[in-house]
Design a protein around this ligand. Structure first.
Ligand code: AMP
Length: 283
């Protein structure tokens, strides 16, 4: 595996692979790798010939009051884990490489970003995501890019950018990797102390309770939401949001007859955690 720092080096490596007729896969990440990241790398390894993983803690998607300065970083460990998954290139640029002096462009996806994490974290968050992902697509020019369903809204935003800007890349969404007790893996789980870690599992339990109700035939969105809310309440967790929304448009829904995203965000101890389930509709 090569660790590359500059856009020029990445372009050159990718061009060479393309000349040989090889396909290119991209896994965008912010590092602090866990099984979720590794599952995306495995999917890329299986589907594409040249696997590029980007490791960049993107400053523009953090609000001033968020955890940019404390976000977990350990490039050496990440490099070892990526090499273990037979990644070809780890692209780990400095911030100035991505945002040189005078950088002035931002991609804003209207509508989809007004709700859930967009409402909770502020509009800058998905503007930052959409802009950096579009840049990475421009730098790497992947045939396929791999994202985690853990960040379900991010997948929808990226798909919309690709569609609206006619970008020639296929987006693959990979399932949520979970700890044995159900907690969705996250780089931010390191912020959880022992007590918070025990409470954190109630996010996935709440989603499980709602899923079970949906699976038993309930279709009323309020009833399904209430089942999840009751579990969070029992654990003393007040969610930032707990919502059922149309799985494609993120419009509010009254029932779960169509595919529905059940999404939750909550602060547990020192960590802000998100999780979701896709409730399959009847169609
Ligand atoms: P991050 O480094 O947190 O920006 O995540 C990089 C990519 O890994 C994103 O596409 C995430 O959705 C994905 N990811 C993060 N956590 C998980 C998880 N538990 N399961 C699957 N994918 C994940």
């Amino acid at each position: 595996m090569r660790i590359l720092r500059t856009i020029r080096e990445v372009r050159s490596a990718v061009s060479e692979a393309r000349r040989d007729g090889r396909t290119v896969g991209l896994v965008p990440t912010m590092g602090a790798f866990h099984e979720g990241h590794l599952s995306l790398m495995r999917a890329a390894r299986k589907d594409t010939d040249l696997v590029v993983v980007s490791l960049f803690v993107n400053p523009t998607q953090f609000a001033p009051n968020e955890d940019l300065s404390t976000y977990p970083r350990d490039e050496q460990r990440d490099a070892e884990l990526a090499a273990g998954e037979h990644v070809d290139i780890l692209f780990a640029p400095a911030p100035e490489e991505i945002y040189p002096e005078g950088f002035a462009t931002s991609i804003h996806v209207a509508g989809l970003t007004d709700v859930l994490d967009g409402a909770s974290r502020g509009a800058h968050h998905f503007d930052g995501v959409a802009t950096v992902v579009t840049k990475l697509f421009g730098i790497v020019r992947p045939d396929v890019a791999f994202f985690g369903q853990k960040d379900a809204q991010q997948v929808l935003v990226v798909r919309r950018v690709v569609r609206d800007l006619n970008l020639d890349v296929r987006i693959e969404a990979c399932p949520i990797a979970r700890e044995p007790d159900g907690l969705a893996m996250s780089s931010r789980n390191v912020y959880l102390d022992a007590a918070a870690r025990q409470r954190a599992v109630f996010l996935s339990r709440a989603l499980d309770a709602a899923q079970a109700l949906h699976d038993s035939g309930e279709r009323d969105a309020d009833g399904i939401r209430a089942a999840a809310a009751a579990v969070l309440d029992e654990a003393g967790i007040a969610p930032e949001y707990l919502e059922l929304r149309d799985a494609e448009t993120l419009a509010p829904v009254a029932d779960t007859r169509r595919d529905t995203l059940l999404a939750v965000a909550a602060r547990v101890g020192a960590a802000r955690l998100i999780d979701n389930h896709l409730l399959k509709g009847d169609a």
